[in-house]
Design a protein around this ligand. Structure first.
Ligand code: TRP
Ligand code: SF4
Length: 413
C-alpha cells in the first residue's frame, strides 16, 4: 500500500475529493514541480481534484505590496497547465472568485478558540522569519482557519501538502469535530437516524445496523468501510439524512463537515543549485520555463566538491550538489560512472554535469512549449479559470446552504 491508498482507506469515498492550494508569490521552479505538481498530475487521474490559487492567503503576508499578486496568479496558472495539470480532469480556480471561502471562514471563526490559532507553529515561526513585516495582524493569525475553510468548503477528505502544512490540516480536523459536535446535535438524533436508515429499504437498513454494531462494538474496520460504501451508494436519501447516518455510524452527531487527512507528498527533495533545498528564498532555483541556454549556464556555474581544484584531483560525490541532481535524474549506470569517475578523477566536473543538464532540459522542454502556447492565448487561460470558478462555486453553494441551515441563518429566504 502506498501512502495515498493508506490515507484513502481512512476517509469515506464520498470525501475522496482532493483539494490543495498554492499562494501566488512568484514564478514556479523545479522544486515546485518535483515536490507538488507532479503529484497533482497523478492525483487528478485518481480523484476529483480541486486546485486553487490562494490569493487571499498571499495577502496575509503581502498586504503591504500586493502588486506582485496579479502577475503571479497568471504565471502560476500557466505553470500548472504547463506542468500537466489538466483542466478537463481537475477543477482550477482562484480563491477570491469564490467568496464562500470568506463566508465559511467567518462562520468558523465564531467557534474557533483563539488558543488553537496561537498554538499553530507557523504563526510564531513566520513572524520570526519575516521580521521585516508586521504580521501581528488579525488576518495572519486567522490564516490557518482560512485554510480550514478552503478545505471544508469542498468537503475534501484528502489534502496533499508538505510537512510544514500538516499542522494546518490538523487544526482543520479539530475545527470540523467541534463544528459537527455543536451543530450536528439534534435533540432526537438517534430516532432521526433510525428513521433515515429505514428510508434505504428494509434490507439496507438491516445491513447498516449490522455493520454499525460490528464497528462500534468490535472496531471492525471492514464493517465501517462496508457501511460507508452502503451509504455512498444510496441515491434516494437526502444530504441531511446521509450526514446523520454517517454520524450515527461513527457514534457522533451529524457529520456536516468531514475531517480531512493530510496526503503527505512523497518526500522528493529537489536540491537547489547550491545543494540546499531548492527554494526562492535561497536564490538557488531553476525556473520551470528556463530555456536550454539558461539551464546549461546555471548548471555550469554550480559549485562542486571543493577538493577538486585541478582536473586530476579526485573528489567525493557526497560532498557535491551535482551528485544530488544525479540522484534525481540519472539511472544506475550513469550514477556508477559518476561515482567511479569522480573518485578516480577520470572524469571532469564539466563531463559529469552534462547528463544532468540534458535531463533537466528534456524534462522542461514540453513544459516550455505548453507554457508558450498558453501565454500566446490568454483567452484560453481565462476560460479555464472562469469555468473552474463556476464549478467550484457550485460545490461551495451546496456546502454553505447546509452550513447556514445548521447555524440558524436561513430564517427568511
Ligand atoms: N497555506 C498553503 C501554503 O502556504 C496554501 C493553501 C491555502 C492550502 N489553502 C490551502 C494548501 C488548502 C492546502 C489546502 O502552501
Ligand atoms: Fe561533483 Fe561530478 Fe565533479 Fe564529482 S565529478 S565533484 S560529482 S561534479
Amino acid at each position: 500500500m502506498d501512502s495515498n491508498e493508506l490515507s484513502l482507506s481512512k476517509v469515506a469515498n464520498q470525501h475522496a475529493r482532493v483539494l490543495s492550494g498554492m499562494r501566488p508569490t512568484g514564478r514556479l521552479h523545479l522544486g515546485h514541480y518535483h515536490g507538488v505538481l507532479k503529484n497533482w498530475v497523478e492525483l487528478q487521474h485518481e480523484y476529483p481534484c480541486f486546485f486553487f490559487i490562494a490569493d487571499w492567503h498571499a495577502l496575509t503576508t503581502h498586504y503591504d505590496d500586493p502588486s506582485i499578486i496579479p502577475g503571479s496568479v497568471w504565471d502560476m496558472v500557466i505553470d500548472w497547465l504547463a506542468a500537466g495539470v489538466n483542466p478537463n480532469e481537475a477543477t482550477l480556480f482562484v480563491q477570491s472568485r469564490v467568496p464562500e471561502h470568506a463566508e465559511l471562514h467567518l462562520l468558523l471563526s465564531m467557534i474557533t478558540p483563539l488558543g488553537w490559532l496561537e498554538r499553530v507553529p507557523s504563526y510564531k515561526d513566520q513572524q520570526e522569519k519575516l521580521k521585516e513585516k508586521d504580521l501581528a495582524t488579525y488576518g495572519f493569525l486567522g490564516y490557518p482557519l482560512l485554510q480550514s475553510a478552503d478545505i471544508m468548503l469542498y468537503k475534501a477528505g484528502l489534502v496533499p501538502v508538505g510537512e510544514d502544512q500538516v499542522a494546518h490540516v490538523e487544526l482543520t480536523r479539530e475545527v470540523a469535530r467541534r463544528f459537527n459536535h455543536i451543530y450536528g446535535k439534534e435533540a432526537d438524533f438517534g430516532d432521526k437516524a433510525e428513521t433515515a436508515a429505514k428510508k434505504m429499504g428494509k434490507k439496507n437498513a438491516r445491513l447498516y445496523a449490522r455493520y454499525r454494531k460490528e464497528w462500534q462494538e468490535r472496531g471492525d474496520e471492514e464493517a465501517l468501510a462496508a457501511a460507508r460504501a452502503l451509504l455512498e451508494g444510496q441515491q434516494n436519501i437526502t444530504v441531511s439524512d446521509r450526514d446523520r447516518l454517517f454520524g450515527y455510524l461513527e457514534g457522533s452527531g451529524k457529520v456536516i463537515l468531514p475531517e480531512p487527512q493530510p496526503l503527505l507528498t512523497r518526500a522528493s527533495k529537489m536540491p537547489g543549485l547550491d545543494g540546499q533545498k531548492m527554494s526562492k528564498s535561497y536564490g538557488n532555483t531553476i525556473s520551470l520555463r528556463a530555456d536550454p541556454d539558461e539551464v546549461s549556464q546555471q548548471m555550469r556555474t554550480m559549485p562542486t566538491d571543493p577538493a577538486r581544484v585541478r582536473r586530476n584531483d579526485p573528489g567525493d560525490p557526497s560532498k557535491c550538489p551535482v551528485w544530488q541532481f544525479h540522484e534525481v535524474y540519472s539511472d544506475k549506470q550513469v550514477c556508477d560512472w559518476v561515482q567511479e569517475g569522480c573518485r578516480s578523477a577520470s572524469i571532469g566536473c564539466v563531463d559529469c554535469k552534462q547528463p544532468v543538464i540534458d535531463a533537466v532540459v528534456n524534462e522542461l522542454q514540453p513544459m516550455r512549449e505548453r507554457a508558450a502556447e498558453f501565454e500566446s492565448d490568454p483567452d484560453v487561460v481565462r476560460t479555464i479559470i472562469n469555468e473552474g470558478c463556476e464549478a467550484a462555486r457550485e460545490v461551495a453553494y451546496d456546502t454553505m446552504t447546509e452550513v447556514r441551515e445548521v447555524m440558524s441563518l436561513e430564517a427568511i429566504r
